[in-house]
Write a protein that binds this ligand. Structure first.
Ligand code: GRF
Length: 231
């Protein structure tokens, strides 16, 4: 039996949950961040999981929990604008208060980003602004940094450059390769993404009109930097 927080949108009827915000999650592949979000007992409703690839393994995590899924296959669209328009329509159909990119591998156009400004989050596996874009773990190893990590940020039209919400740091070990480093970072991704989404759903996190992150209740319950001693 799934919990109320993850009931599909068709079951929206109870007066008690009319205040709950609605989350739509976009994925492209494995879906481990999606799974962390699904299992986090968030104070909101995950109304849909949308993938740009029909073969994304993460779709099964949503289906197993009765969450609606949709595939907007980017290969069926001749332009990014047409893909973005179809994606916008699907996201709007699920009444998203918050759109969460969880390993979504398409670059979204400016129109999409502007439409969901202030309610569009992404996670990137590096301590931004270091190592944006592709292969951040390889970039970190090549640079020889001793500290790496992950970042949740609001999405803006500049790739991986939006206002930072929360970061978690991990050490880089001398014998690390991309796989071992990615695995260490992923553990922290699964920690900070549900945290950031929870803040948003609790109305503690917002983007101000001048593009600053406002996080209320700073201190232990709203700590935007995690540097675990045992990572
Ligand atoms: C994660 O490392 C995420 O930070 C990056 O893509 C990866 C997706 O992994 N954007 P998963 O699909 O959530 O397992």
């Amino acid at each position: 039996m799934m919990s109320d927080a993850f009931s599909p949108v068709s079951s929206r009827s109870g007066a008690a949950d009319t205040q709950m915000k609605t989350v739509v999650i976009l994925i492209s592949g494995r879906g481990s961040n999606l799974l962390a979000l699904l299992e986090a007992k968030l104070p909101g409703r995950i109304s849909a999981v949308i993938s740009d690839r029909g073969e994304a393994q993460g779709l099964a995590f949503a289906q197993a929990r009765g969450v609606a899924t949709a595939v907007i296959d980017h290969r069926r669209y001749t332009s990014r604008e047409a893909f973005d328009a179809a994606l916008t329509e699907e996201v709007e159909a699920h009444r998203a208060d918050l759109v969460v990119l969880a390993g979504f591998m398409r670059i979204l156009g400016d129109d999409f980003v502007r439409r969901f400004a202030g309610r569009l989050l992404n996670i990137h596996p590096s301590l931004l602004p270091m190592f944006p874009g592709l292969k951040p773990h390889a970039q970190a190893l090549a640079a020889g940094v001793k500290i790496h990590g992950c970042t949740v940020h609001f999405v803006t039209p500049s790739l991986d450059a939006g206002p930072i919400v929360v970061q978690a740091a991990v050490p880089v070990h001398g014998d690390d390769d991309q796989k071992s480093l990615a695995a260490r970072v992923l553990v922290q991704e699964h920690r900070i993404y549900p945290q950031a989404v929870r803040w948003f759903l609790e109305d503690r996190l917002r983007l101000s009109p001048d593009g600053r992150v406002v996080l209320q209740g700073e201190g232990p319950p709203a700590q935007p930097l995690i540097a675990p001693a045992s990572a």
